[in-house]
Design a protein around this ligand. Structure first.
Ligand SMILES: [Zn+2]
Length: 225
């Protein structure tokens, strides 16, 4: 073998090795989503991880759901007591700055999530349904700890364009809420970017996640819990 050819081979092998090292933790295709599913053991915990590999039981209903005041929500929105109180405080403080942060979708039952997911499959197909809607048992909305919000433009889908979004993004953690499905983390969360979806995890954990720019999934991976 010529020296030149040998060198070229060494470079190619080195390049392949470097690529393997740098990409081994990246899940490019999300292929393990919904493939290694564990039942959730402590669904009442405010730090509970619900995602495409951690599933809530069909009959799980949070024990302390309370209705959010109509000053801060549309009709008939329920969260677990602690999350509800913190959300009302967040929305009240925001209103004193001239902002409107309104809960538009909160607790959803397993049965309701089934209907929603089926609707997405019928209208948009399986691939799209899995990107923007959770399969039943895999939605954070069943925990009573997740809230979809609207701003003063009254459209949750357009929340990112509202004047409230920058405030919410930077301040929600002070009330224990995190932006659950951030831009650029789709391969980790398994969901498309959702600027309107916030999850209550408690003030201490929310601050830790915010300061480290971690999703809840990454926090559990880091700590191997
Ligand atoms: Zn949501």
């Amino acid at each position: 073998m010529k020296e030149e050819t040998f060198k070229r081979c060494v470079y190619i092998i080195l390049f392949i090795l470097i690529m393997i090292v740098f990409t081994k933790d990246i899940n490019f295709f999300g292929t393990n989503f919904y493939e290694d599913i564990k039942p959730i053991e402590h669904p009442e915990s405010i730090q509970v991880l619900v995602n495409k590999n951690n599933q809530l039981a069909m009959d799980y209903i949070p024990s302390d759901l309370e209705q959010i005041s109509l000053n801060y929500a549309i009709e008939g929105q329920y969260l677990k007591k602690e999350a509800k109180e913190k959300f009302e405080q967040l929305s009240k403080d925001a209103s004193e700055l001239g902002y409107q942060i309104i809960a538009s979708s909160t607790y959803r039952s397993y049965a309701y999530q089934s209907q929603l997911y089926e609707y997405y499959i019928k209208t948009k197909g399986l691939e799209y349904a899995d990107l923007c809607s959770a399969r039943p048992g895999h939605s954070e909305h069943q925990t009573g700890l997740a809230v979809d919000v609207m701003g003063s433009n009254h459209d949750y889908d357009q929340f990112e364009l509202s004047v409230e979004f920058p405030w919410m993004k930077e301040n929600a953690y002070q009330y224990g809420f995190i932006l659950r499905y951030p831009k650029g983390k789709e391969n980790i969360t398994g969901f498309k970017y959702e600027p309107w979806h916030y999850r209550y995890v408690g003030v201490e954990l929310a601050k830790l996640l915010y300061e480290n720019n971690w999703t809840l999934d990454e926090y559990y991976q880091e700590h191997h819990i």
